[in-house]
Design a protein around this ligand. Structure first.
Ligand code: AMP
Ligand code: TRP
Length: 333
């Protein structure tokens, strides 16, 4: 059976090692598996749910696209496009917002986190963000959606919307409830400064994350300065739960070296952090630096990136417009 894969990344700048290990690396693996048809979207409509600087947004859309390509996504094999070029996403989002219930949205924990204390001042877009995400997925009959743990609840909502639509309009199996694909290991890369906090674009300390645009010196320096504890590296996996920084750094090493964590533990058990950090830094440099130099090279050729997005959008538009046509027919328009 063919798996239809859809996923999206917001063009909000500062793409980092967490985005690469938790999302983009996995996108590439899925693209290269047999019988998968993949669509990867730069979700610029989602980005404007919080205030953006227009020039910066334009740069970030290109940067995210460049990161996709530099990491190994192939625009000839997969569809790569930005959401705002395909009007069906906005249109579908409106229609699905008449299916989704207030009560469902009120349970979304990401809105509560992002809106913070002053939720009266959050945009309405931020509140209905998961409905746009449902439209993204359902317009393409995506069967599988690779996301991080934090997006699981939004995917449940997409399933609920699909099921309610199918029941309300007596159209069984018309909208396809998607399955989440959540990586079992390394799905949460943590801050280099605090093993209990997620590595994040918005962390004010640049030392907390490895950006995909960092130079070799920056990468080495950040790993050298990464927080650790004072004990030697553990000799068993159980010990990791009480040593978040060790767990994170060993996880990064394992993921980039494509090996299970116990193999990494065996390799470094009893050694001190400075020794391990040297190996880790050269591995991160080996895997990430070629990607950053490719991103920088691609960013010098804006017209190429724009062409990839426009051609991808033309392919996406064909699929999405056809689905919207059928949705409208079912609804009675
Ligand atoms: P975001 O940066 O929040 O737009 O996320 C883009 C993708 O990267 C999503 O699939 C996230 O789940 C994933 N992601 C973001 N931060 C991390 C992290 N620290 N560890 C693992 N995955 C992450
Ligand atoms: N909300 C997702 C995130 O912040 C991004 C996203 C938008 C997405 N639309 C999607 C992910 C559709 C998967 C499928 O990471």
């Amino acid at each position: 059976m063919i798996k239809k894969i859809f996923s999206g990344v917001q063009p909000t700048g500062n793409l980092h090692l967490g985005n690469y290990i938790g999302a983009i690396k996995n996108f590439v693996n899925l693209q290269n598996e047999k019988n998968n048809f993949c669509i990867y979207c730069v979700v610029d409509l989602h980005a404007i749910t919080v205030k953006q600087n227009p020039n910066q947004l334009k740069r970030n859309i290109r940067e995210t696209t460049a990161a996709f390509i530099a990491s190994g996504l192939d625009y000839k094999k997969s569809i790569i496009f930005n959401q705002s070029l395909v009007p069906a996403h906005s249109e579908g989002s409106w229609i699905l917002s008449c299916i989704a219930r207030m009560g469902w949205l009120n349970r979304m924990t990401q809105f509560k986190e992002k809106a913070g204390k002053d939720k009266e001042k959050a945009s309405v877009g931020l509140y209905i963000y998961p409905i746009l995400m449902a439209a993204d997925i359902l317009l393409y009959d995506a069967t599988h959606v690779p996301v991080g743990e934090d997006q699981k609840q939004h995917l449940e909502l997409s399933r609920d919307i699909a099921n309610k639509f199918n029941i309300d309009f007596n159209s069984p199996n018309f909208l396809v409830p998607p399955e989440p694909l959540i990586q079992k290991s390394f799905s949460r890369i943590m801050s280099l400064k605090d093993g209990n906090k997620k590595m994040s674009k918005s962390d004010p300390s640049d030392l907390s994350r490895i950006n995909l645009s960092d130079s070799i010196d920056q990468i080495s320096n950040k790993i050298k300065k990464a927080k650790t504890d004072t004990k030697p590296l553990p000799d068993n996996e159980d010990e990791l739960s009480s040593r978040p920084e060790a767990e994170n750094l060993l996880g990064i090493y394992s993921s980039l070296n494509d090996q299970p964590i116990d193999k990494t533990i065996n390799e470094f058990s009893g050694k001190n952090f400075s020794n391990f950090k040297e190996k880790l830094a050269s591995l991160v440099v080996e895997k990430i630096s070629p990607i950053s130099s490719e991103i920088n090279k691609l960013l010098k050729n804006e017209s190429f990136i724009d062409k990839v997005l426009i051609e991808g959008a033309e392919k996406a538009d064909k699929i999405a417009t056809e689905k919207i046509k059928n949705i409208k027919k079912i609804i009675g328009f």
